[in-house]
Design a protein around this ligand. Sequence first.
Ligand SMILES: NC(=O)c1ccc[n+]([C@@H]2O[C@H](COP(=O)([O-])OP(=O)(O)OC[C@H]3O[C@@H](n4cnc5c(N)ncnc54)[C@H](O)[C@@H]3O)[C@@H](O)[C@H]2O)c1
Length: 361
Amino acid sequence: MANEKIGWGVIGCGAIGPWHTQAATEAQGAELKVVCDIVEEKAKKLGEEHGVPYVTSMDELLARDDVQAVSVCTPSGMHSEHAIAVAEAGKHILCEKPLDITLEKIDAMIEAAAANDVKLAGVFQRRTAPSSRRVREAVRTGKLGKLVLGDCYQKYYRSHEYYASGDWRATWELDGGGALMNQGVHGIDLLLWIMGDVVCVSAFCRRLVRNIQVEDTAVAMLEFANGALGVLEGTTSVTPGYGCNVEVHGDRGSIKLDGDTITAWEIEGEEPETAEAQDRGTASDPTALASTGHQRHIEDLCEAIMEDREPEIPGGEARKAVELIKAIYLSSREGGATIELPLAYEDDAPGIYPSQVLPVW
Ligand SMILES: NC(=O)c1ccc[n+]([C@@H]2O[C@H](COP(=O)([O-])OP(=O)(O)OC[C@H]3O[C@@H](n4cnc5c(N)ncnc54)[C@H](O)[C@@H]3O)[C@@H](O)[C@H]2O)c1
């Protein structure tokens, strides 16, 4: 199979599906073969754009022998069901974030991938940016000395039109949460990847502006396994959106990452670096997304298949951000109580937000 390409299929041709089709077209080692959406016009449009067939049933896509790997780009709360079907068809899986919205469903998809001997990779494209990798390397090799603080601020703006663009958006049933489970899961994954695991959390989640079921604003205090403390903030209700900022501080140095730009690098014994953030990416516009991260994910899964190794973000890794978000929701439901991780049990009751301000639009 040395020079063969991995035949690629994409399930879900909504907002993010086109990023996968574009990435699969450009990725070395992959060849886009087919796209699928239950809404025919979406599948047709995307298939025609790439000159590949389209289908309206996942089973039809999974029956194809020329497809070895599939991107799952359906609403978050459907990922496990669709990924398990892909695994049972003997095909490898690249699953959009979050892997799913409950740990039980995520564990089922991890088990299905293992049982069917296929690879399961999660999408967290912020990890693929050279700047993110450089920050992680500095932290992990001890350049910052003893780690003191690891913070992540994710201040986004999402419009009424955005929430109205899909009836699954901002629902407990299919989005599984709001500013954290949907938009914020990226920065939460990045912070955990840079700082390591969190051992306990205390949080408040609120719905301050939008008339949605889930939180539009959340704040959490974190304690990491390495002893450092940190703060997580996430919102989709501020104007303007500032995007995702990660700040890490040790007793020998500090680094700030604004989007994909390192805006401060001040480490004892090194020349300080500063920069202006270049652009704010998806801070206010969810479509302002480059496809290079998705391309890297597709190339990584192709290499993992060819070399029979784990992908860079295997299921167990992509699960961590969801576990922390579940702990944050649990803490908020219990009035800010301290919740220890790993989570001893999963409470899937929807959040209850006492200080609701409704509606503003
Ligand atoms: N990585 C990122 O930056 C990023 C950005 C946006 C969305 N996402 C994730 O991608 C996923 C999809 O989000 P979206 O914004 O594209 O949603 P969307 O609603 O725009 O698209 C989802 C599509 O899935 C289709 N679908 C539903 N059930 C299906 C089925 N059984 N078979 C085939 N198609 C089916 C829908 O018709 C719809 O077109 C979510 O999990 C979201 O969190 C990731």
